[in-house]
Design a protein around this ligand. Structure first.
Ligand code: HEM
Length: 148
C-alpha cells in the first residue's frame, strides 16, 4: 500500500484578524478579469476590425483616439487593471514556487517596482500626449495638425 506524504505546512499562515488581503486579491483577479474581457476585446475590435481595420493604425490614428477622453479613460483603465492583475498574478506564482526569504522579497519587490513605473509612465503618456508638438518639423507631423 502506498502512503501519501503529509503536505508541507503553510509557509505563512493566514492572518486571523484584520482585512484578509489574500481574499481581496483573489476577488480582484476575478472581477478585473471580467472587466478586462470587455476592455481588451473592445480594444481589439475597434483597432483591428472596424473601418479600414489594422491598416488604419498609425501615429494619427493613435493621436485621434487620445484626443477623446472616452478612449483616454478606456486605455488608462485597461492599463491599470491589466498591470495590477498581471503583477498580482505573478506574485501568486512567486509565492507558489519560492520559499520566504531574500530571493522571494527581491522578486516581489521587482514586480511592484515594474508595475508602479509602468502605470505612472503609461498614465502620463495617455493624458499628456500631444500629437502636434509646437516647433516640430512639418514633415514629421500628422496631416490634421494646424501647422501642416
Ligand atoms: C481577457 C482578460 C483576462 C481574464 C478573463 C483573466 C482571468 C484570470 C483569472 C480568473 C485568474 C486567476 C486564476 C487562478 O487563480 O487560478 C488569472 C490569473 C492570472 N492572470 Fe489573468 N485574465 C485576463 C487577462 C490577463 C492579462 C492581460 C494578464 C497580463 C498582464 C494576465 C495575467 C495573469 C497572471 C500572471 C495570472 C496568475 C496565473 C496563476 O496564478 O497561475 N491576465 N487571470
Amino acid at each position: 500500500m502506498s502512503v501519501i506524504e503529509a503536505p508541507r505546512s503553510q509557509a505563512r499562515p493566514a492572518r486571523k484578524r484584520g482585512v484578509n488581503l489574500e481574499k481581496w486579491g483573489w476577488i480582484y483577479m476575478r472581477a478585473s478579469g471580467v472587466v478586462l474581457l470587455v476592455l481588451i476585446f473592445g480594444h481589439l475590435f475597434v483597432n483591428l476590425l472596424v473601418g479600414e481595420g489594422v491598416k488604419a493604425i498609425d501615429f494619427g490614428f493613435v493621436g485621434g483616439k487620445w484626443a477623446d477622453p472616452f478612449w483616454q479613460w478606456w486605455d488608462v483603465l485597461m492599463l491599470w487593471l491589466a498591470l495590477i492583475h498581471g503583477a498580482n498574478g505573478m506574485r501568486t506564482i512567486v509565492n507558489d514556487y519560492t520559499n520566504p526569504g531574500t530571493t522571494q522579497k527581491l522578486l516581489k519587490g521587482s514586480l511592484l517596482v515594474a508595475a508602479v513605473v509602468l502605470i505612472v509612465l503609461g498614465t502620463l503618456v495617455v493624458f499628456t500626449f500631444d500629437p502636434c508638438p509646437a516647433g516640430s518639423p512639418a514633415d514629421l507631423l500628422p496631416s490634421f495638425c494646424p501647422a501642416v
